[in-house]
Design a protein around this ligand. Structure first.
Ligand code: NAD
Length: 706
């Protein structure tokens, strides 16, 4: 799998530097070299080159054996995902795999790197698989909502049996060299130079076609257990059930029939909305780190980090930084608060120990790198400082003014602010070019999204440093411009408002949540509000009351809930009631508050179907996203999708709000947003970009490509 652009069209003249497959001779052994940077994705050129090479060498009397090599550090990382969006272009992968399988001479695969997806299918068609310690092997297709389509399931099952094949394929597991050897996917792990060794062993290699082997007879109970486990973890991905069906069918013993069954399932899944969504997100992740203006910018070196404020977010951010290997200075207002911060971090690690994610030794090692302090002078050492104090402009500007005095020259000064104006924070320093937003999501050590917020004067190398940091922490960065709420919270605010309009107009909170959960969210928006606590948003609404557009419809139900002491789960009541075990249920007291709010405005409650609720909320998200695109707050629709999938629980199988809007059709979204505008007033106007795309019959994806 890769982000390679498609190969030159068929019939294009071969270009000397772009020949992706070449042959060298070593006595009677021929080495077929695959060289298609960066990861040897299976582009059309690679597929054709492999077929041509294998067939010509098979007919060459001077050749006794073949070696397939992807060069140092590589084999074949998988299909070419960008090509998958284009019309199919022959030869297809099954023909490549078929040519290798049909070769009358032994073919040795030399795996010095990733043999994933289609790359693994090619390796499985070879007669001998040698790996270096760097080899990675796996049929990872189900991660993208498809199954292997070139015999991968049928060959694997003959090697490892039904139960193991189901586990490997359904988890999309990537095996390191040692595990692959233990399971038989590699025949040997070689020390020393892999290619030299492969050439040395090739003449003695025997033909050993997996396609000709019987499927090992397994324990039916074990197979059923593997299938049940895989289905349980399927999370709605249709490819899982298909993989199980196709693998189990191999027990018939007819290889050709198994191949046909697998191919048909693959082709159908490839066109499924789920696979399209997962492919979209896979490509979106690679796109998100390409930021215009950063060409040539070099990340600053960061060897120590600091966090200011050790509350909910600061503690989580400190853990994320410790996990990434940094020493972390933790600054609080006084020693007592600093110690409380250490205790919070200790507790986060204790939970990880309890759930067996880390051991005591690792916990101790991480905590040993944590340096609590109450004196800002301690920050002089840090290359990167993340402020996570109270969400208050006065507090933040005061901190950044002090930072300007103590931080070393060139240190990156970051803030975790959720809503405040980044330029105003940067202006508190004499070095606004060093200031950037690093907007983590709670819990900061768990959530994948990191919004990297660019202020007007943020230097390119500071942005590059933030992206490099995200990578080191295993986060998904999305670059956002400076505005109220940045990419995510700005859209979320509109989404929440419209969820409340729906309630005031007649939907029960539990109906809105049920519609969202049916759409694929793990939890509906009102249940989420209860979990986070209603008081924070309440305080923000009060602070901003004066600035609110009088033409924006305002729903006061949430205010009434807070004023009645219903702050959410922490008070055993918010939008819902909670029992002693934390189970939620609708609360007549809330129904009463809602009824009174409707009556006060003279609203006759009407009913909404799940589809109406889903369409309304999707439309307002995509509409606000379109405004962000026009304003340059988000660089691309796919960045918005990544933010929602990784930070707000939007279902992955729907690909994010912009992708889902495209899939539904922008004219439908536009029609709905006009209704939403009539319902919500100011702040819900249809986005010009949305109207334009809908009129032109284009999608957000088309806009991104252009
Ligand atoms: P919190 O109240 O839990 O923690 C803030 C901490 O900062 C407290 O421990 C406080 O003692 C400390 N602090 C305050 N002033 C300080 C100063 N001058 N020097 C050192 N320490 C100081 O708040 P939180 O929820 O962790 O939020 C922190 C920041 O993160 C806010 O800007 C918030 O908007 C942002 N944020 C919060 C969330 C969330 O879900 N809670 C998510 C994303 C971003």
């Amino acid at each position: 799998m890769t982000d390679q652009p498609p190969a030159a069209p068929r019939g294009a003249p071969p270009h000397a530097e772009s020949v992706p497959v070449s042959i060298t001779r070593h006595g009677t052994v021929a080495v077929v070299h695959i060289d298609h940077a960066p990861v040897n994705a299976l582009s059309r050129g690679v597929r054709q080159g492999l077929i041509d090479a294998v067939q010509s060498l098979d007919g060459d009397a001077a050749v006794s054996a073949l070696v397939l090599s992807g060069g140092p550090g590589r084999f074949i990382a998988g299909a070419d995902l960008r090509e998958m969006a284009l019309p199919p272009d022959e030869p297809f992968l099954p023909e490549v795999v078929g040519a290798i399988d049909a070769c009358t001479k032994p073919v040795v695969a030399a795996l010095d790197g990733a043999a994933l997806g289609g790359g693994c299918e090619i390796a499985l068609a070879c007669d001998l698989r040698l790996g270096s310690a760097k080899a990675l092997v796996g049929l990872t297709e189900t991660r993208l909502g498809i199954i292997p389509g070139a015999g991968g399931t049928q060959r694997l099952v003959r090697l490892v049996g039904v139960a193991q094949a189901i586990a490997l394929v359904c988890e999309g597991r990537v095996l390191k060299a040692g595990e692959a050897l233990a399971l038989g996917l590699l025949d040997a792990v070689v020390e020393g130079d892999l290619l030299t060794e492969a050439i040395a062993r090739a003449p003695a290699a025997a033909k050993r076609r997996l396609s000709a082997l019987p499927v090992p007879v397994g324990d039916p109970a074990e197979e059923a257990a593997a299938a049940a486990k895989a289905l349980k973890g399927a999370k709605g991905v249709p490819a899982i059930a298909e993989a199980i069906r196709v693998i189990t069918a191999s027990k018939d013993g007819d290889f050709a029939a198994g191949l046909a069954l697998e191919r048909a399932a693959f082709l159908a899944l490839r066109e499924s909305p789920e696979a399209k969504a997962l492919r979209h997100l896979f490509l979106a992740e690679r796109e998100a780190v390409k930021v215009p203006g950063l060409e040539g910018a070099k990340a600053r070196s960061v060897s120590s980090a600091a966090v200011i404020g050790a509350g909910t977010m600061g503690a989580g951010i400190a853990v994320a930084l410790l996990d990434a290997g940094y020493p972390v200075i933790l600054v609080e207002r006084d020693d007592e608060a600093a110690q409380a911060g250490v205790a919070r971090i200790d507790a986060l690690y204790a939970r990880q120990v309890k759930s067996n994610r880390i051991d005591e030794a690792r916990k101790a090692e991480r905590l040993a790198r944590l340096l609590p302090a109450s004196d800002y002078a301690a920050l002089a050492q840090a290359d990167l400082i993340v402020e996570a104090a109270f969400e208050d402009m006065g507090v933040k500007t005061d901190i950044f003014r002090r930072l300007d005095k103590v931080a070393k020259q060139g240190a990156v000064l970051a803030t975790n602010t959720s809503y405040l104006d980044l330029d105003a924070i940067a202006a508190a320093t004499a070095r606004p070019q060093d200031v950037v937003g690093l907007h983590f999501f709670a819990p900061a050590n768990v959530m994948k999204l990191l919004e990297v917020v660019k202020a007007t004067r943020t230097a390119p190398d500071v942005l590059a440093t933030a992206l490099a940091l995200a990578k080191k922490m295993g986060k998904q960065p999305v670059v956002a411009g400076n505005c109220d709420g940045f990419i995510g919270n700005r859209i979320y605010a509109v989404y929440r408002r419209h969820a409340e309009y729906l309630v005031e107009d007649g939907a029960a909170p539990e109906e809105v949540d049920a519609a969202l959960e049916a759409f694929g969210f793990a939890m509906g928006i009102f249940a989420v509000s209860d979990m986070s606590g209603l008081d924070i948003a309440y305080a923000m609404r009060k602070r901003r009351a004066a600035a609110r557009d009088p033409n924006e419809r305002y729903v006061s139900i949430a205010d009434t809930l807070v004023e009645a002491g219903r702050l959410g789960r922490k008070t055993n009541g918010g939008w819902y009631a909670y029992d002693a075990d934390g189970n939620r249920s609708p609360d007549p007291a809330v129904t009463q508050i809602i009824a009174e709010a409707r009556a006060a405005k003279g609203i006759q409650p009407r009913s909404f179907t799940q589809e109406q609720i889903q369409l309304r909320l999707l439309a307002v998200m995509a509409n606000e996203g379109a405004k962000e695109l026009a304003e340059g707050i988000a660089l691309r629709p796919s960045d918005i999708d990544l933010a929602f999938v990784n930070g707000y629980g939007f279902p992955r199988l729907k690909g994010g709000p912009m992708h889902a809007a495209d899939a539904l059709g922008l004219p439908t979204i536009l029609t709905e947003i006009k209704v939403a505008h009539a319902t919500g007033g100011a702040g819900s106007e249809p986005a010009e970009l949305l109207a334009q795309l809908a009129a032109e019959g284009r999608t957000f994806a088309d806009w991104q490509k252009a």
